[in-house]
Design a binder for this molecule. Sequence first.
Ligand SMILES: [Zn+2]
Length: 73
Amino acid sequence: MSIPKKAKKFSCVKCGSPFEIYPPDDLHKTASRDEKACEIRGVIKMDYVCTNCGATNTLYWCRPQNHADFYHA
Ligand SMILES: [Zn+2]
């Protein structure tokens, strides 16, 4: 069994059509359009193609900072 993943809502950069994306794993919980918004390394880049207009929306998944990062830095 796995914990149900929480969808994040974004809208297409081109047509504004809303779409939902899901975390690639349990560690990366925050999604952003800007790679620099992620405070730590280990960003996962994912491209989502809009089902309405076909535009590619690039999102970056960030890992929240936690204690493990301090110990393994
Ligand atoms: Zn679109």
